[in-house]
Write a protein that binds this ligand. Structure first.
Ligand code: FES
Length: 322
């Protein structure tokens, strides 16, 4: 299995609907070779042709790190997004070839943990599935607390219950009790680590409850949905080092526009979380529309930095340090 321009060209071996909104895609090498190794919590970026542009959407790997004969990702259809997930749902068929980047892990397990607690909601379960697989060969105890919007959204959680039994607690709205994050985190032994992935409200509640109970931040881990910028108005900016003018279309991120123009910019998550694409703003006449989780509130107010993977600008003039 070789890389072509930094991407893996894989065949879509299977597509299954697992909830009304989520499809699971199984990807294999066309020549049957094993795929690059990864660890639980890793994600890949799927390149999705979109007219003359390419959308690049990050998705967590949900298959076993011990089985590199295939990767699996779960794609939630986002109606008001830029169209990448809709294209994957509507246009990609079994047997098609798609390009993805090799796996990167921004949400790894902590090896020295004495207890792993997972709190997940909706499609936020996907990185946790590969993390649980990784823990299968470990003797460290874990619990998963997984909330979904109703029984029809519970299939992935029910699959996990069949594998891991009582270690998996499922909270189906309208069927089960509500997930009480504070109770889940209370009275845990020293050395416990909590991992949260799901809607912002769930992650914020996990952070608030854990801190109120005296957990240290080094033992709290979270991954917000690695969703792309939802698009916006077109604008133009300039690369300070070359003077190149870059036009950003309504359904493109600044990062994608830079790549489409043939320039390179560092990135990992493409979701405003990892900090790799942080770029200095050299000149600005207008406003930066910050939508990342990386910059501090002070940085966002100062408008001296931008995260081009998700943030945009409403401006007459913008020059960045690239
Ligand atoms: S690529 Fe991670 S914050 Fe932009």
């Amino acid at each position: 299995m070789s890389l072509n321009n930094g991407t893996l060209n894989l065949r879509v071996a299977r597509i299954e609907a697992v909830t009304p909104e989520i499809k699971r895609f199984t990807l294999v090498s066309p020549d049957g070779a094993h795929l690059p190794a990864f660890s639980g919590g890793s994600h890949v970026v799927v390149l999705i042709p979109n007219g003359q542009n390419t959308l690049r959407n990050p998705y967590s790997l949900m298959s076993s790190p011990y089985d590199t004969s295939a990767y699996q990702i779960a794609v939630r259809r986002v109606e008001d997004g830029r169209g990448g997930s809709r294209r994957l749902h509507e246009s990609v068929r079994e047997g098609d070839l798609i390009d993805i980047t090799p796996p990167v892990n921004l949400f790894p397990l902590v090896k020295q943990a004495r207890l792993h607690l997972f709190i997940a909601g909706g499609v936020g379960i996907t990185p946790v599935i590969s993390q649980l697989e990784e823990l299968r060969l470990s003797k460290v105890p874990f619990e998963l607390h997984y909330a979904v919007r109703g029984p029809e959204h519970a299939r992935l959680g029910e699959e996990l219950q069949r594998i891991y039994g009582g270690q998996v607690h499922l909270y189906r709205k309208g069927v089960d009790e509500r997930l009480d994050i504070s109770s889940v985190l209370a009275d845990r032994p020293l050395g416990s680590h909590v991992y949260a992935c799901g809607p912002d409200s769930m992650i914020d509640a996990t952070l608030d409850c854990a801190r109120a109970l005296g957990w240290t931040d080094s033992h709290i881990h979270f991954e917000r949905f690695l969703e792309q910028s939802s698009g916006g108005e077109a604008f133009t900016f300039t690369l300070g080092r070359s003077g190149a003018k870059i036009e950003v279309s309504p359904d493109q991120s600044m990062l994608e526009a830079v790549e489409a123009a043939g320039f390179e910019m560092p990135y990992l998550c493409r979701g405003g979380a990892c900090g790799h694409c942080e770029t200095a703003v050299l000149e600005l006449d207008g406003e930066i529309l910050h939508t990342d989780d990386w910059l501090s509130d002070e940085d966002k107010l100062a408008n001296k930095k931008i995260m081009p993977c998700v943030s945009r600008a409403k401006c007459n003039h913008l020059v960045i340090d690239l």
